[in-house]
Design a protein around this ligand. Structure first.
Ligand code: GTP
Ligand code: MG
Length: 200
């Protein structure tokens, strides 16, 4: 039977990593070289058809500028998914992503699905963050990992497909009394791993 599932998502990461561009690519399949910086936060939704089900993504795009950081909590506190974005050409943005993860461990909702996303993968020649390092980090926090280019439309729909798959798995797990804590992206994950075993 077809299902319709609502998923609240929060995009987090430094200013300029491409959060709004990823959202624009996903929602209207467009890209702007001169995307304006986000003030406060922005919201968009999209119905996404996947494996015969409809996923209603409600996506909060937070502003990456430091001065807006205290507002982020309003957007992630009841989110199901946090997409933590870094720019593959910026080590600093990767360090900030880790800070966001630490904050989510402290103050974020239980059982948040976390995605680590390296955007601007079209600029591979300027890469400052090794993708294997970022992939291993994502694994260590029980998170999903993806490389994207909002500019060239690479990896964006795939990211949301992965989220749907994990969401389904998490929903099934929730109906089990002995479900492990955390995002359980890894089928071999042990109970207590993930959020409960937050490495930060
Ligand atoms: P804040 O709103 O300030 O937090 O920034 P943001 O993370 O929303 O970044 P935004 O989407 O505004 O993008 C910043 C700049 O990066 C813009 O000039 C975009 O055109 C550019 N950009 C975004 N995604 C990509 C990408 O995949 N590749 C390249 N080359 N540029 C990108
Ligand atoms: Mg923005």
């Amino acid at each position: 039977m077809r299902k319709s599932v609502q998923i609240k998502v929060c995009l987090l990461g430094s200013s300029g990593v491409g959060k709004s561009s990823l959202l624009k690519r996903f929602v209207v399949n467009e890209f702007e070289e001169n995307e304006q910086t986000t003030l406060g936060a922005a919201y968009q939704d999209k119905n996404f058809e996947y494996k015969g089900n409809t996923y209603k993504f409600q996506i909060w795009d937070t502003a990456g500028q430091e001065k807006y950081a205290p507002l982020a909590q309003m957007y992630y506190r009841d989110a199901k998914v946090a997409i933590l974005v870094y720019d593959i050409t910026s080590k600093d943005s990767y360090a900030t992503l880790k800070e966001w993860h630490r904050e989510l461990c402290d103050k974020g909702p239980k059982d948040l699905i976390t995605c680590v996303v390296g955007n601007k993968c079209d600029l591979e020649d300027k890469e400052e963050v090794d993708s294997n390092t970022a992939r291993n980090y994502a694994k260590s926090i029980d998170g999903l990992f993806g490389l994207t280019s909002a500019k060239e439309n690479r990896g964006v729909n795939e990211l949301f497909m992965k989220i749907c798959d994990v969401y389904e798995k998490t929903a099934v797990d929730s109906s089990q009394v002995t479900r492990p804590k955390g995002n359980t992206l890894d089928p071999s994950a042990k109970p207590g791993a993930g959020k409960g075993g937050c490495p930060c």
